[in-house]
Design a protein around this ligand. Structure first.
Ligand code: GRF
Length: 200
């Protein structure tokens, strides 16, 4: 028995790649990456899934016509694939309470700051690092948290601090936070929660 994990993506998929690599090297051994779902047909993350032999599907809100139709289709796909744990990895869609309530303690998200700093509406991707540099923080980092209906508001599971360096741009800071925090925390969290779900 292994926990079936679905990874939801929208973009480059570097966090997905970290999960795939951790699964292949045995860091993640209580779960398996069973499915990748993208809300963007052009996401390079889908190519990463294909390269790893993991089924990838696209669910497009504009084709389905509404957030509800999008979330209903998403729920259908996750159920069909017997998914136990959902991981948001660079997923650019805020899921409503109607959806998240169906997955209590079973949706994880990686956010590129030390929540509660620089999070919530409008804080995603490079915007997070632009805000950290604008505020002049000396330390930032990444957070893995459980997902509820409040954007970036669910219980915090893991955090890792990363130094801001003189001369950092949003791009150099984003890269360091990914390398030194996100790509380490997300696989760690995936294994932790999978192991807990296995015992449940
Ligand atoms: C990263 O900044 C990540 O923290 C955020 O989405 C961005 C892209 O991630 N969640 P990825 O390369 O698509 O995994």
């Amino acid at each position: 028995m292994s926990i079936r994990i679905a990874v939801l993506v929208s973009g480059g998929g570097t966090n997905l790649q970290a999960l795939i690599d951790a699964w292949k090297d045995g860091t993640i051994h209580s779960g398996e990456i069973s499915l990748v779902v993208s809300n963007n047909a052009g996401a390079y993350a889908l190519k990463r899934a294909e390269n790893a032999g993991i089924p990838g599907v696209t669910v497009l809100k504009k084709e389905l016509g509404s957030q509800k139709a999008f979330e209903d289709r998403l729920q259908e796909i996750l159920t069909e694939n017997r998914i136990d744990l959902v991981i948001l990895a660079g997923f650019m869609s805020i899921l409503t309470e109607e959806f998240t309530a169906k997955w209590p303690g079973r949706i994880l998200n990686i956010h590129p700051s030390l929540i509660p700093s620089f999070c919530g509406a409008g804080y995603y991707g490079l915007h997070v690092h632009e805000a950290a540099l604008a505020r002049g923080v000396k330390v930032t980092g990444a957070t893995v948290h459980f997902v509820n209906e409040i954007p970036d508001g669910g219980p915090i599971l893991l955090q890792k601090a990363v130094e801001v360096l003189p001369g950092d741009t949003p791009e150099t800071l984003q890269r360091r936070v990914m390398e030194q925090a996100e790509w380490i925390l997300l696989p760690q969290a995936a294994e932790m929660v999978s192991a807990q779900l296995l015992k449940a």
